[in-house]
Design a protein around this ligand. Structure first.
Ligand code: NAD
Ligand code: DAU
Length: 331
């Protein structure tokens, strides 16, 4: 297959590109605008005969049309992805997540190309801490933030283009990813790089919010499975049973880096902060036979900490600007 990956210079997209080139014979083209979140260095060293990089915007129909004409499948990761930024300025989220997805779907319709849409568990809203429920493919949409509402909107566009125009699409909604190449604005890399720089981790509010962590490489293997074996028109939830509250994650990071486990600060909470996400991925596991490789979060976290320790040249250029922005918001 010739696979076009939108947003392939971002965190999860770049992990997917590495995964595909390592584990299959497919070729990959990345289409990425290289916003503040995209990093060309995340794609360094890939085999030139199987990999191409195109800098461009998914809202640009001419660029998208030319690329769709010479690929067999598209995996659509490109997005504005950070909740805190969406609270600050929602507009880029509407442009990329809604108009960008619309532009890709129109091209998919013209070219009859296989389309896989990457989405998030945040479209389902949040759960109470004491609720035994987990999200399934049948949970009603109830997004909380500008980010998650634009992702929900993009999912609904995909469903409509499948039903109305016969676009050959699947959707996956995944929980929180961690692993290499994640921007230091996000929770886990922010805290690891704070400690590596001698700064204290910053916990929003009381730190009781729960996220369902999955390693980005497990997300990649799940997406590849859906691309190769998924049923057109279906949605699959991706998760690895990794529920942990934020306070426990910060304490694990501090301990792994040899610091006292209480050496962190509480800062202003995120407005509208979702309390808990939890994924039931039974459909993907039973119907398509997928299973995660990282059974245990602590092992994956230790590997991730080691990656940030060994790759300061990758993250250092982003760090000062990111912290200055958080500081201006009291976080
Ligand atoms: P990211 O912010 O790290 O990367 C996004 C990438 O998209 C960047 O390389 C950026 O340059 C590119 N991009 C942004 N706007 C673009 C545009 N208009 N045209 C072309 N490229 C553009 O994001 P991420 O965390 O890797 O998330 C990727 C996808 O996975 C998103 O769709 C997100 O909603 C979804 N997702 C993320 C998580 C998570 O935990 N990070 C979990 C579930 C789903
Ligand atoms: O659930 C999937 C989603 O996970 C994806 O759709 C998003 O693209 C991705 O950014 C992520 O969203 P979150 O808002 O859950 O991730 P974030 O890393 O921003 O925060 C994780 C948790 O940590 C959340 O409860 C907020 C908290 N937090 C975050 C930061 C940056 C802190 O306590 N301190 C921090 O400094």
């Amino acid at each position: 297959m010739r696979i076009l990956v939108t947003g392939g210079a971002g965190f999860i997209g770049s992990n997917f590109v590495h995964h595909v080139l390592e584990h299959t014979d497919h070729t990959v083209t990345v289409l990425d605008k290289l916003t503040y979140a995209g990093n060309r260095a995340s794609l360094d060293g890939l085999p030139e005969d199987r990999f191409e990089f195109v800098q461009g915007d998914i809202t640009d129909a001419a660029v998208v049309g030319e690329l769709f004409g010479r690929h067999d499948a598209v995996v659509h990761y490109a997005a504005e992805s950070h909740n805190d930024n969406s609270l600050d300025d929602p507009r880029p989220f509407l442009d990329t997540n809604i108009v960008g997805t619309y532009t890709l779907l129109e091209a998919a319709r013209v070219h009859g190309i296989r389309f896989h849409h990457i989405s998030t568990d945040e479209v389902y809203g949040d759960l109470e801490l004491d609720d035994p429920a987990r999200f399934t493919e049948n949970t009603p949409y109830n997004p909380s933030s500008p980010y998650s509402s634009t992702k929900a909107g993009s999912d609904l566009l995909v469903r409509a283009w499948v039903r109305s125009f016969g676009v050959q699409a699947t959707i996956s909604n995944c929980s929180n990813n961690y692993g290499p190449y994640q921007h230091v604005e996000k929770f886990i890399p922010r805290q690891i790089t704070n400690v590596l720089r001698g700064e204290r981790p910053k916990l929003y509010g009381a730190g009781e919010n729960v996220r369902d962590w999955i390693h980005a490489d497990d997300h990649s293997s799940a997406v590849l499975t859906i691309l190769e074996k998924g049923e057109i028109g279906e949605t699959y939830l991706i998760g690895a049973d990794g529920e942990k509250n934020n306070k426990d994650v910060v304490e694990l990071i501090l301990t792994e880096l040899g610091q006292p486990s209480d050496a962190y600060d509480h800062v202003i909470d995120r407005p509208g902060h979702d309390m808990r996400y939890a994924i039931d991925s039974s459909k993907l596991r039973t119907e398509l036979g997928w299973a995660p490789r990282f059974g245990d979060f602590e092992t994956g976290l230790a590997e991730t900490i080691a990656w940030y320790r060994d790759n300061e040249a990758w993250w250092a250029p982003q760090k000062d600007a990111t912290e200055a922005r958080y500081k201006s918001q009291g976080q």
